[in-house]
Write a new protein. Structure first.
Length: 294
C-alpha cells in the first residue's frame, strides 16, 4: 500500500467538488420538501421517506456518495492530516455553484474570501504533506476512547439541534454530523493502516472500528438532512467543512500520532494557514447569506 500524496491531493479536491454539488442539490430538495420551517423543527420521518423518492434528492445523494468514495480513495494514499483539510474547498465550490445556478451576482468580498480559503488550505496542506508522519501508531485504547468522545460530542450537538436556540439549530445539526464524518474519515485511514498487520481481520478492534464507522456514517447522514431542513445549505456546508477536518486532523495527530514530526516552527504556520482558511469560509458563508436578501 504505497503512499502517493500528490495523487491523494488531486483526488481529495475532486471529492470536495462532488460534496459541494451534492450539498447544493440535496439542500434544494430538502428545502422544497419542508418549506419555510420557520420554527426550525426536526424533519419528520414522513418527509424523509418522501425524499427517498425524490429524483433531485437522490441525485444529490449520488454526488455525496461519489465524494465519499473519492475521499476514501485519497485516505488510502495519504495521512488524514493531509487529505481531510482539503474538504474546506467544498465551501467555495458550493457557493459558486449556488450563485451560478440561481444567476446571482458574486460580490467582490466573496471572491476575496474564496482566495483566502484557497490560500489557507493550500498552505496547510503543503505543510502537512511535508511534515506528517507516514507511520501511524495504532493504540487500541486511544482509538476506542476517541470514538466514544466523538460520539458523545456529536449526540450533544444533535440535542442542541433539537432543543437549542432556533437560529442555531441548523448549525448544531450540521456540526454533529460533521463530528461523525470526521470520525468516519479518521477510521477509514486507521483501518487501512490496521490492515497491514498480521491476522488483522480476526482482531476485535477492526470490527469495533467497522461498526463505529457504519453506525456513525448513518447517524451523521441523518443529522445532515436535519441541518438542511432547519437552515440554508451554505450554513450546512460551512459547518461541515470546518468541523469535519478539525475532528479528523485532531484524531490523526492525537490518536494516530501523525504529528510526531511537527515542530513549533511548522506548527505555528499550519495554525495560521488553518485560521486563514476558516476565516475565508466564514466570510464567504456570510457574504452568500446576505446576497440572498439583496
Amino acid at each position: 500500500m504505497n503512499q502517493n500524496i500528490l495523487l491523494a491531493i488531486v483526488v481529495a479536491m475532486l471529492s470536495s467538488l462532488a460534496f459541494a454539488g451534492g450539498a447544493t442539490v440535496q439542500g434544494s430538495a430538502v428545502g422544497k420538501q419542508v418549506g419555510d420551517n420557520l420554527g426550525k423543527e426536526r424533519m419528520p420521518l414522513s418527509d424523509l421517506r418522501a425524499l427517498l423518492r425524490a429524483p433531485r434528492w437522490l441525485a444529490g445523494l449520488g454526488l455525496a456518495g461519489l465524494g465519499s468514495v473519492l475521499n476514501a480513495g485519497a485516505l488510502m494514499l495519504a495521512p488524514v492530516t493531509v487529505v481531510q483539510p482539503l474538504g474546506v474547498l467544498a465551501v467555495p465550490w458550493a457557493v459558486i455553484l449556488e450563485a451560478t445556478t440561481r444567476h446571482r451576482r458574486f460580490p467582490r468580498i466573496a471572491w476575496a474570501a474564496v482566495a483566502a480559503a484557497l490560500a489557507g488550505t493550500v498552505g496547510f496542506t503543503v505543510l502537512s504533506a511535508t511534515n506528517a508522519s507516514r507511520t501511524a501508531v495504532l493504540d487500541p485504547l486511544r482509538i476506542v476512547i476517541a470514538c466514544v468522545v466523538v460520539y458523545l460530542a456529536a449526540e450533544g450537538l444533535g440535542r442542541l439541534g433539537t432543543r437549542g436556540r432556533v437560529a442555531w439549530r441548523s448549525f448544531f445539526w450540521a456540526s454533529g454530523g460533521a463530528f461523525y464524518y470526521g470520525l468516519e474519515s479518521a477510521l477509514i485511514r486507521t483501518m487501512r493502516d490496521f490492515a497491514s498487520q498480521p491476522d488483522w481481520i480476526q482482531h476485535p478492534l477492526f470490527w469495533v472500528m467497522a461498526l463505529a464507522l457504519v453506525a456513525g456514517s448513518i447517524r451523521g447522514a441523518w443529522m445532515i438532512q436535519q441541518a438542511y431542513a432547519t437552515g440554508k445549505s451554505e450554513t450546512v456546508v460551512s459547518a461541515l467543512t470546518v468541523t469535519n477536518p478539525v475532528v479528523a486532523v485532531l484524531f490523526g495527530i492525537l490518536v494516530l500520532n501523525e504529528g510526531a514530526k511537527l515542530t513549533l516552527a511548522t506548527g505555528l504556520p499550519m495554525l495560521a494557514a488553518a485560521a486563514l482558511a476558516i476565516a475565508g469560509v466564514m466570510v464567504l458563508s456570510q457574504a452568500e447569506s446576505q446576497s440572498r436578501h439583496v
